[in-house]
Design a protein. Structure first.
Length: 158
C-alpha cells in the first residue's frame, strides 16, 4: 500500500503542476483577443502618479473612439500601429504641458500581466499585446486596462 501511494503521488505531482502552470485553452483565447493599455509613471511621487493619469486620460480622450471602431483585435492593432507616433506626440505634449521634461516612449509589445479584474471581468495572468506608454524611467506604479475590447473609458472618467 505504501508503495502504491508513493507511485500515485509521483504520477499526480506532474499533472497538478501542469494544471497550475499551463494556461487553460479558454485563457489562451483571451490572450489572443485582447489589447491592453499599460501606462508606467516615472516614479511613485504623487505628482508623477497624477501625471501618469493625465497622460492616460489624454490618450483615451483623443484616441479611444478611433480604437473602438476596430471590429476585431487585428483591426484595432493595425489602427494602433498606424497612430503610434500620434499617441507618443500627445503623451509628450501632455508631459511637457505639466512642466516635466521626461522622455515618453509608446510601443506595441507583448507584456506579462498578473490576474486582474475589470468591471466584473477577470483576465487571467499571462502575456498580452500592450499599448505601452513609458514615462521617463517608468520606475513608478503603473496603470493598465483593456483598450480592445474597450474597458478603459469608464476608468478614465473616474
Amino acid at each position: 500500500m505504501k508503495h502504491f501511494l508513493i507511485v500515485f503521488s509521483a504520477l499526480l505531482l506532474p499533472v497538478l503542476m501542469l494544471t497550475v502552470f499551463l494556461p487553460l485553452h479558454d485563457a489562451s483565447a483571451v490572450y489572443d483577443g485582447v489589447i491592453r493599455l499599460h501606462v508606467l509613471a516615472h516614479s511613485d511621487d504623487e505628482d508623477e502618479q497624477a501625471l501618469k493619469l493625465s497622460v492616460r486620460d489624454a490618450i483615451l480622450f483623443s484616441f479611444g473612439d478611433a480604437i473602438n471602431e476596430g471590429e476585431s483585435k487585428e483591426e484595432a492593432e493595425a489602427l494602433l500601429s498606424s497612430i503610434l507616433c500620434d499617441i507618443e506626440s500627445l503623451a509628450e505634449e501632455t508631459v511637457k504641458k505639466a512642466g516635466y521634461s521626461h522622455d515618453v516612449t509608446v510601443s506595441l509589445c507583448r507584456e506579462y500581466y498578473p490576474t486582474r479584474e475589470y468591471e466584473g471581468m477577470r483576465l487571467p495572468a499571462g502575456e498580452y499585446l500592450s499599448l505601452r506608454v513609458l514615462i521617463g524611467d517608468g520606475a513608478g506604479k503603473n496603470w493598465w486596462c483593456m483598450v480592445y475590447p474597450p474597458l478603459c473609458t469608464s476608468s478614465a472618467e473616474a
